[in-house]
Design a protein around this ligand. Sequence first.
Ligand code: PAF
Length: 297
Amino acid sequence: MLGRGCKNFSAMRIVKSIAAMQKLAQRWQVKNTCIGFVPTMGYLHAGHLSLVKRARQLVGRRGKVIVSIYVNPTQFGPKEDLGRYPRDLTRDKQLCRTEGVDVVFVPDDKLMYPQGDHKVFSTCVIEEALSRGMEGASRPTHFRGVTTVVAKLLNIVQPEIAVFGAKDFQQATVIQRMVRDLNFRVKIIVAPTYRESDGLAMSSRNNFLSADERRQATILWRAIRQARQTVRTGTVSSERLKAELRHTIASQPAARLDYVEFFDPDTLVPVKKVTRGSHIALAVFFGKTRLIDNGRL
Ligand code: PAF
């Protein structure tokens, strides 16, 4: 018998096979059980857990929350950090259990992309408009990998609701478009970016930073706040504001700006005049570690 306020977490299942996951999802669908889904690449932090909490809030106590943990190789470029991407499945499972997750779905590469063989696997999902700029320009094959794996995961888990973080704002927008264009029966929820107390957006990649880089990494958040402050006094040209922010980022010796962009948050089209309601996104390297952040102005 559990005390008041205690939850029974013992029932969390670890599912490794696609067939078993689909069977379980179908069983729940037949019983009209609402499924909330949080896709992740693992190495979970408080930001992921805030997505899990949101999913639980949405499906309720009687619904089921499924978290997938899969480091998807197809969304990494050949020179990117797939090989060193942090992993700790034991800790991830423990965090999910504590959070009251019902199922952790942990497929492997052989299941997701049979034998990595293009004769066996030769289909992908490409969003052609929203994914071109910013992350898409810097990481040309990234969104193709993301949309393909998310489409696969949605087909496997068959959730009513899927929760994504606003830290990957362009990713969330691309996925919303994919879901709309391809008529997936899922509602995409975008939950707020979860930040450290000094403003740094939580990310598994923060673990790669040295102590000194970690201190300097708050520059992303400071740049967003600076842009917010500037547009508060009126409309400003995008080129001028970019120049100011380039200067701000350069004040940190370890920081190397990849891009900073101002755009319409619905269409992701860059704006020439930045006003309140415009959106900013930026990517900054610290050594080999690339961090992204964004915010509404
Ligand atoms: O945001 C992520 O962690 C990944 O891009 C996702 C959505 C899990 C797909 O691999």
